[in-house]
Structure formats: C-alpha cells, structure tokens
Write a protein that binds this ligand. Structure first.
Ligand code: SF4
Length: 481
C-alpha cells in the first residue's frame, strides 16, 4: 500500500535507542552499517526473563479473558472487529503516519475500546522509553483510555495523557532524524558508548577529531562551551593554562578546570596527576564488597554474597556470607550484621573499605526493607562515625588518571596504575549475575558447587583489588613529597 505522504517508518521500539543516543537510532534505521549485534549472556538472560514475565502475564489474563493471538496486521483488525476480549501480540499499522507498533496485548474495555498493554521487567512505568512506547500505542489506537503496564514486581500501572508530550516529541524528532541523509552529530558518552553495538564504529571517529567529550568530566554542554571559546580539541585543552580558562557551563571554578586540563594531558600522554594529598583513615582495614541479583520474582534485589578480606600477620583471609536462594534474603542480611558485630568486637578501629556508594546505599535499603534503621549495628554502619569508607573518594579527590571512567576495574586493571588482574578476565558484575542465575537453576550438586566457587573467586578478586588499590594509594610513588 502506498502511503499518503513521505513519512519514514517509526516504531515505538525505537524509543529505547532514541532515549540513549540519536545517532544510535539513526544507524539502527538506516541499517547501512555492517555491524554484528552481539548479545552477551547477560542481555540474553534479561531477554529470557522478559519473555517469562510476558508469559506469566498471559497466563494471568487467561484466567479472566478469552485471548486470541494475532498473526498479522489484518488479523489484528479482524480480531478487533470480532470484539475479542484480549488480543495477544497485536500488530498495528497506520500507513498515513508511517507507524508500526506491536503491543503485547490489546484489552477490550467495557466501553468497547481497546487499551494497549505491555509486560515490562521494569519496576516503574516512569521510564522515558516505556512512556513513549505506551503513549505511541494509545495514539495508534486513537483512544483516551490509559495504557496498561504489567511491571516486573507483579504490580500494574497506567499511562495516560501525561505521556502525550514526550510521545509527540519522539515522533517529531524521529521524523526529522530519519529524513536526514547525514548521520547526526553527537558527543561521546563513556557510559552509553562503551556498551553500544556501534562503539567500534564511532569511537575511532571521536578519537580522530580529538572530541572533547572523550575526556572524563567533560560532557556535552561543557564541550560546547569550550568550543565556543575556541578550544576545539583535546590537545588545545591540554595546552591551556587552567588559571586562564574562563568559566563555561558545567566547567566552573578552579578545581574543575584544573581537573579538565590535567585529564586532557593524561589522555594524551598517560600521565598521572596528584592534585591533593591522599587522605586515608587510620585503623584496621577490612575490604568489603557485595554481589546482588536483581532478576528476582518480586523485583527486589537480593544480595546473595557479602564478602570480606581480612588482613592479618598470617595473610589475607576471605570471609563471606552466602545465600542459596532469594528466600534466604533476610537470613543473609542478619548474618552480615553478625559478621560486622564480630569485626567490631575485635577491632575498635575498624575501617570497612569498599568502592563506590553501592555498599552503603544497599545497607540502607536492607535496613529499610526489614525495618531496622534503629538497629544498633545498622546505626553503627550508617551513623556519623561509620566504619564504611568509600575508596573511590580519595581517588576522585586527589588524582587525575589516564582513564575514561573511574570504576574499580578501570583503575585496577590499568597496567600503569594498580595493575591488578582478575583471575577470570571476563568477569564483571553482569557476569556474576548470570553465574548466580545459573546457580539458582542448576539441579546438579557438583555443577552448582563449581558455579558457587567461580562467584566466590570473583568476589574475592574484587576485595583483593580494593586492597591493592589501598596499597597503591599508600605507595611512595604517589606520596613522595
Ligand atoms: S557508540 Fe556512542 S555515539 Fe555511537 S551510536 Fe553508540 S551511543 Fe551513539
């Protein structure tokens, strides 16, 4: 069928890529790049879990409604005309507008109109891409009724007219974007680009032009501000005296500017800059790291491993609290608190070193989950004289390093920095979630034990890494004069 206008095809599924990066959605649609969509084990696990959730919703709806599965756009129209109660895997097409959408369900309201509905693993319907997708289906159907989202924790939410604005923005911008033959110009974003399938295509181009946003701490608005005052490349930034650099958006104040210029120098020559003395608390240090699993049945993350590295004159002892399944969540938490009390009773100068805010915020989350904010051990952990010490803090406060992201692995794996290597080079947070998921589903006792050992080895490496980071921060190399 010929459309009445030249609108490009827009799919609500594009909302995810569009929310991340407009170049990504442009490349997805133009499809001229010969890149391989690599899906790692974690992506596959999330996908499988999403399908499982959809099947659970389908089963629930079956208990209440007559459900028919649509096989095409025409079949969907036929099922609508037949007033089918629930249409599963509906296919909607609006030729004039160039819209194609696939809501998981169309549910017939008592008014006779259909409400679009999707099963989402997310715990909130507020996510931009969810608002757009469901808003898009409402527009396709031309209904005022709210769309329904079956969330990952089993709850149900509605999306109504409040999503119209962002949906229209998405449609209008997508039309302009897809009408353009030129690839859109964007900034580098390490968090987005490092996991994007077009990374190997885009990164060399950013590097070739010495794009300023390649520098840690320089985001789009700051890069734009620098360009406006004539600093257009990393070399130009590296060569400027930071004291002469005027304020630009998101790059104000002497310290930020100093960091930016040093970061540009570090990018170019691999140099390490110490910008303040390194302050580490005195006491007996125990290194601490947790592993959690968010793909639980109720959507509440489950900490399955609380790991500690205790150093003594006889060596480093790895101690931990482990739980075999999410039903043991509270038992694990209580055992963790007992572990803390044990260390507290032995060391009155305890320092519980971890990396980033994740451990502290998880302890707070658990204290709230089990209504234990008043608990004595919790008060000790979260109070004014807390033994918790975030090791990312001295790094960020005192050093500028030749890296693009200040994560534990970025700092520790770098051969010119800490140079600590994990025994399994491919292991990371997502890897451990996949392993724990396999552990949960594995029936064979021996294989389960192997999986547990692998996860324990990974966690032990994490706490060893923070110990090596501590040693590096105390080293003469970083503390001379
Ligand atoms: S690598 Fe970065 S810039 Fe390129 S498409 Fe992906 S997110 Fe966008």
């Amino acid at each position: 069928m010929i459309r009445n206008n030249d609108y490009p095809i827009i799919r609500p599924s594009d909302a995810v890529a569009w929310s991340e990066c407009i170049r990504r959605v442009w490349l997805d649609n133009k499809g001229e790049l010969d890149h391989e969509q690599t899906e790692d084990a974690f992506d596959q696990l999330v996908k499988d879990r999403g399908l499982k959730h959809e099947q659970q919703v389908l089963k629930l709806l079956h208990e209440e409604y007559d459900i028919q599965e649509a096989t095409s756009v025409e079949h969907t129209q036929l099922l609508i005309a037949q007033e089918t109660e629930v249409i599963y895997q509906a296919q909607l097409k609006n030729d004039d507008e160039g819209f194609i959408g696939y809501p998981d369900f169309l549910i017939r309201n008592k008014s006779g109109e259909y409400q679009p509905a999707d099963a989402k693993l997310s715990l909130s319907e507020k996510k931009k891409s969810i608002q757009i997708q469901l808003g898009f289906y409402r527009k396709q159907l031309g209904v005022e009724l709210p769309a329904i989202v079956f969330l990952g924790d089993g709850s149900k939410a509605e999306i109504g007219a409040e999503a119209n604005k962002i949906t229209e923005k998405f449609i209008n911008e997508m039309r302009l974007l897809l009408a353009d033959k030129q690839e859109p110009s964007v900034r580098y974003s390490h968090s987005k680009c490092s996991t994007c399938p077009y990374h190997d295509y885009c990164k060399p181009k950013f590097e070739a032009k010495e794009e300023l946003s390649l520098i840690y701490g320089i985001q789009g608005r700051a890069a734009e501000g620098l360009e406006k005052i004539g600093i257009k490349s990393i070399t130009e930034l590296a060569n400027i005296n930071y004291e002469n650099l005027p304020d630009v958006p998101y790059l104000k104040g002497s310290l930020k500017k100093k960091r930016a210029v040093f970061q540009a120098q570090a990018y170019l020559d691999g140099s390490i800059h110490k910008i303040a003395p390194i302050n580490l608390p005195k006491g007996t240090w125990i290194h601490f790291d947790i592993e959690d699993y968010a793909l639980t049945m109720d959507g509440n993350k489950h900490v399955y491993l609380w790991g500690f590295l205790v150093s003594s004159s006889s060596g480093n002892e790895f101690e931990y609290v482990w739980t075999d399944k999410e039903d043991e969540d509270k038992r694990g938490w209580i055992a963790f608190l007992k572990m803390i009390e044990k260390y507290r009773s032995i060391y009155n100068d305890l320092v519980l070193a971890h990396f980033s805010q994740h451990e502290r915020s998880t302890i707070r989350l658990y204290a709230e989950r089990y209504d234990m904010l008043e608990n004595e051990t919790v008060a000790y952990l979260l109070g004014q004289d807390s033994p918790l010490f975030d090791m990312q803090k001295p790094v960020l406060e005192s050093l500028v390093l030749p890296i693009q992201s200040y994560g534990l692995k970025d700092i520790c794996k770098h051969p010119e920095l800490v140079n600590f290597q994990w025994q399994d080079a491919d292991s990371n947070g997502a890897w451990s979630i996949v392993k724990y998921d396999h552990f949960l589903n594995e029936k064979d006792v021996v294989r389960r034990e192997i999986l547990k050992k692998e996860i324990l080895m990974y966690n032990k490496d994490d706490v060893k890494a923070t110990l090596r980071l501590e040693e590096w921060l105390r080293s003469d190399e970083l503390n001379k004069n």
